[in-house]
Design a binder for this molecule. Structure first.
Ligand code: F6R
Length: 611
């Protein structure tokens, strides 16, 4: 949540900062601001709304757009204080000589603010972040890094922080605790940011700060220390994403581009991970021997939102394929519930961003209880990937649209590979393992077939775009698929949508059904279909219009529905994947029809770095 970019070097700073903010906008988009140190002063611009508004403010502000110097910028997702120009970052100290941008939360800000006000500081904003600017100014004795470190010693909470000062032209000070900061290494220029997306056009070499790290960055130097002012060394990591994958190309929205990328992203998730000779999966990043795998007696999956839904699909895989008792926990619940972790419990945190606060906390709770942890993340070098130590990357490339699409399907595929590995490690024979491996390899082709139906799905979506409510029902692996389909619809189209197990309808929600409450029934030709047909009839009897996802050529459901979306035939383990893609398209086209802000839905942000 919220994005930070900083630049020091010979280019006009504001244009690098605005370009960076556009690439970060998916992290927050209610207001934005920047500050540039040049010619012995700090100049700033702020605007409410999208980065475009800031760009216009900079263009209208005379010289600011062309100043060469160093600068920091921020795009905000409001936590403390409404979206407004005064609450937009950067924030300044009393003298205006220090400016900061901050991600995270200063938990003791009210107490700090009271002390600072008693010492004569005047606050302009309602944010927690502003205290940081005043604290740094108060601690300043000629060294910006030391002043920042001294200020941060007084703070409890989390921060990804970037600081500039009029007294140190050309210098950025950054610090990290619980909210990521990465330094991008250029030639005679350097960058800092809250994630790598804004760095991709400029460099592939980055340094990820660890919690507790603080650094002074100039165009030529990087002075990296821990909070106790002791120099530390961090590896230079190479990024293999290219800038093009973070651009829309010819698609009207990132979401549609990412939906259409899924055949390739799934190929990337599978590549090199199938061993046909042994009929198993190869997941080297886990670094576990067959013996260690065989000792696992229980699996606990933790995640939030779509990642938790992927985990719920995984639960069916691990139990059915590998015979290992599995449960899925909302990560926030896991961290606070004092979960039971036995010696042979495997914990699998799932997170696209690798930065979700509750999932990070779940990893720490699991680690503290001695669990074996293997994480599923998309963002390389993210906090969860690094703290878990072992894991499997999704290789889905940057996911920019706030609603998760390609990351979700990659998570499901990787969970299936994981279940194949564990299944072969215990009860699955080589031939059965190989059969499943071949099914997994066929997934990209199945998804291509679903994508070809986009125009037809669009037509159906147009007929339902006026609705205010929607139910999604499914059974087996298609139950969590229904939850995910409903989540997609509600987050991008603002239609109230509920996912239910089809059997659960009768236990309450059916009282709502009438002609104004359509039902999306996942009625693929897999075990459970007959029961779903019964459930569809119950809905029809209450006059609910029914759209069904069915298996191509299966006429047994068609007669009971108003509209059908056909999915190529596949097994029950594979069915969630093409079905999800159809539901993503359905939600997308409804949102288009309703004129919604698809890539950046209201009130949301891409990575939820606060509790
Ligand atoms: C929904 C969505 C969110 C995320 C959730 C977890 O489309 O994107 O529900 O899935 O915020 O995020 P990660 O996977 O980054 O931990």
């Amino acid at each position: 949540m919220c994005g930070i970019i900083g630049y020091t070097g010979p280019r006009p700073a504001a244009s690098v900062l605005i370009d960076g903010l556009k690439r970060l906008e998916y992290r927050g988009y209610d207001s934005a601001g920047l500050a540039v140190v040049a010619g012995g002063r700090i100049q700033q611009a702020k605007a409410v709304g999208k980065v475009k508004a800031l760009e216009e403010a900079v263009a209208g502000s005379g010289a600011l757009g062309s100043l060469v110097g160093c600068g920091i910028a921020h795009t905000r997702w409001a936590t403390h204080g409404v979206p407004s120009e005064v609450n937009a970052h950067p924030h300044f100290d009393e003298s205006g000589n220090f400016a900061i941008v901050h991600n995270g939360i200063v938990e003791n800000y009210q107490e700090l603010r009271r002390h600072l006000e008693a010492r004569g500081c005047h606050f302009r904003s309602q944010t927690d972040s502003e205290v940081l600017a005043h604290l740094i100014a108060g601690a300043y004795e000629g060294d910006l890094l030391s002043a920042t470190a001294a200020a941060l010693e007084q703070v409890s909470g989390t921060y990804g922080l970037a600081v500039v000062s009029r007294h140190h032209p050309g210098m950025l000070v950054v610090a990290r605790k619980g909210s990521p900061i990465v330094i991008g290494l250029g030639k005679n220029e350097n960058f800092v940011a809250s994630d790598i997306a804004p760095l991709l056009p400029y460099t592939r070499e980055v340094i990820y700060l660890n919690d507790g790290d603080i650094a002074a960055v100039t165009a030529e130097t990087i002075d990296l220390r821990n909070i106790k002012n002791v120099p530390v060394e961090r590896e230079v990591a190479k990024i293999d994403w290219d800038a093009g994958v973070a651009e829309k190309g010819n698609f009207p929205h990132f979401m549609l581009k990412e939906i259409f990328e899924q055949p390739e992203t799934i190929e990337n998730a599978i590549r090199g991970r199938i061993d046909h000779e042994m009929g198993t999966a190869l997941l080297n990043g886990m670094n576990l021997t067959a013996r260690e795998l065989a000792q696992i007696t229980r699996i606990v999956i933790a995640g939030c939102g779509s990642s938790m839904h992927a985990g719920l699909v995984g639960e069916y895989y691990f139990e059915d394929i590998a015979g290992i008792s599995t449960s899925v926990e909302q990560a926030a619940e896991f961290r606070y519930r004092n979960p039971i972790i036995e010696p042979n419990t495997l914990v699998i945190p799932i997170s696209q961003s690798g930065e979700t606060a509750d999932t990070i906390a779940a990893v720490r709770e699991a680690a503290a209880k001695g669990a074996l942890i293997t994480a599923l993340c998309n963002v390389v070098g993210s906090t969860i990937a690094r703290e878990a130590g072992r894991g499997i990357y999704l290789h889905a490339g940057p996911e920019i649209s706030v609603a998760s699409t390609k990351a979700f399907t990659s998570q499901v595929v990787v969970l299936l590979l994981y279940a194949l590995l564990l299944g072969r490690n215990r009860r699955l024979n080589r031939a059965d393992g190989n059969e499943l491996a071949c099914e997994i390899e066929a997934v990209p082709g199945l998804i291509r077939q679903v994508l070809k139906q986009a125009p037809k799905i669009r037509e159906i979506a147009q007929r339902y775009a006026h609705c205010d409510d929607f139910f999604y029902i499914g059974r087996g692996c298609l139950y969590p698929t229904a939850l995910e389909g409903a989540l997609k619809l509600k987050e991008i189209s603002y239609i109230h949508a509920e996912g239910y197990h089809a059997a659960e309808l009768k236990h309450g929600p059916i009282s709502l059904l009438d002609e104004r409450h359509p039902v999306m029934a996942l009625a693929n030709d897999i075990p459970g279909k007959d029961k779903i047909i019964g459930n569809i009839q119950e809905c029809r009897a209450r006059k609910s219009p029914v759209v069904a996802v069915i298996t191509e050529g299966d006429d047994s459901v068609r007669a009971f529905t108003d509209d059908v979306i056909e999915i190529p035939a596949c097994s029950r383990f594979i069915a969630p994947l093409p079905t999800t893609v159809a539901l993503q398209l359905f939600a997308y086209y409804i949102a288009v029809e309703r004129g919604c802000e698809i890539d950046q839905p209201r009130n949301l942000a891409k990575s939820v770095t606060v509790e």
